[in-house]
Design a protein around this ligand. Structure first.
Ligand SMILES: [Zn+2]
Length: 302
């Protein structure tokens, strides 16, 4: 087993703890009302990830969906007991820019308190469902900071049909929110190839590109070892035996089902090729002067 280069940066390993039926790509064929009656696989899949990280001595950040925490509190407690960082993935997995500010505030407070009651620690980090903090929902950063969150990892510096603020920074930075609070932001990874921003953060991109291509893009994004990057995966992405929805669109099936059977082994290779820690560890280890951007400037960028 090769070990990661000692001088490589400490990248952030993150898992969005949700079930296969919570995913936006399948929302056209599975309604939120059905969730409670579907066979859940999130606990067993998350346990497999926990074991893999423990075997490789890697601490990760788990962004837990409130819906999952409500049903599997013992799983969340176990993750925290093993030294992993617990952060919030909201409660209902609805896209923020489709929610009212009142609904978002209510579910943000509810999901934060739920996790804190389970683990007995303060929860400071947040990731939006489907990275849905965009120029249309920057108000979410105000609500997050008022709720006591100090850092976020929801902003993808790319153009995409569901998310992204193109032109926003591709390394950890800080945002001054409209109400004057400071929110630390750890953006999702993009590589730069021939002047184009290519997503290289994990998830579907990790499964669809051949592993050596993904590894190259992740190295490229880190400036070939200069700066930390964000990796993410979902528990269902290592589960080829999950129920399949053949009535979803071709594109949704491609996004959701490609290479599920190869993903676990690829993740193990990734853990051998790079150094990983929690989001907070990685952010704090990155000691170059972090940019501070006022949120109104983020709007101009988009
Ligand atoms: Zn999610």
């Amino acid at each position: 087993m090769s070990s990661p280069e000692a001088k490589s940066p400490l990248h952030a390993m993150s898992i969005d703890v949700e079930d296969y039926f919570h995913v936006a790509a399948l929302s056209g064929v599975i309604s939120a009302e059905q969730w409670g009656s579907l066979p859940s696989r999130v606990e067993q899949n998350t346990e497999r990830l926990l074991e893999l990280f423990d075997n490789h001595n890697v601490k990760a950040t788990f962004f837990v969906l409130g819906w999952v925490a409500d049903r599997f509190p013992q799983l969340i407690r176990k993750l925290a007991d093993h030294g992993h960082e617990i952060a919030s993935h909201g409660y209902s997995h609805q896209l923020i820019y489709n929610q009212s500010q009142e609904t978002f505030r209510e579910e943000t407070l509810r999901s934060k308190k739920l996790l804190e009651d389970i683990i007995g620690l303060e929860v400071n980090g947040y990731r939006a469902a489907s990275y849905s903090i965009t120029k249309d929902s920057l108000w979410a950063l105000d609500i997050l900071s008022e709720a006591g969150f100090t850092w976020d990892s929801s902003i993808f510096p790319i153009r995409h049909d569901r998310y992204g603020i193109p032109g926003s920074p591709s390394v950890p930075y800080s945002i001054e929110t409209a109400n004057g609070n400071i929110m630390r932001e750890f953006p999702l990874t993009t590589a730069s190839v021939m002047g184009m921003a290519i997503p290289a953060a994990g998830g579907g991109y990790f499964r669809q590109f051949p592993y050596p291509v993904f590894r190259y893009l992740f190295r490229n994004a880190s400036g070939f070892g200069d700066r930390p990057q964000m990796f993410y995966l979902h528990p269902w992405e290592i589960d080829p035996d999950q129920p399949r929805y053949s009535d979803a669109s071709w594109f949704s099936r491609f996004r959701h089902y490609t290479n599920l059977d190869r993903c676990y082994d690829r993740l193990e290779r990734l853990l051998q090729d790079f150094r990983f820690g929690t989001v907070s560890e990685s952010y704090n280890a990155f000691d170059s002067d972090k940019t501070l951007l006022p949120s109104n400037q983020m709007i101009r960028l988009a």
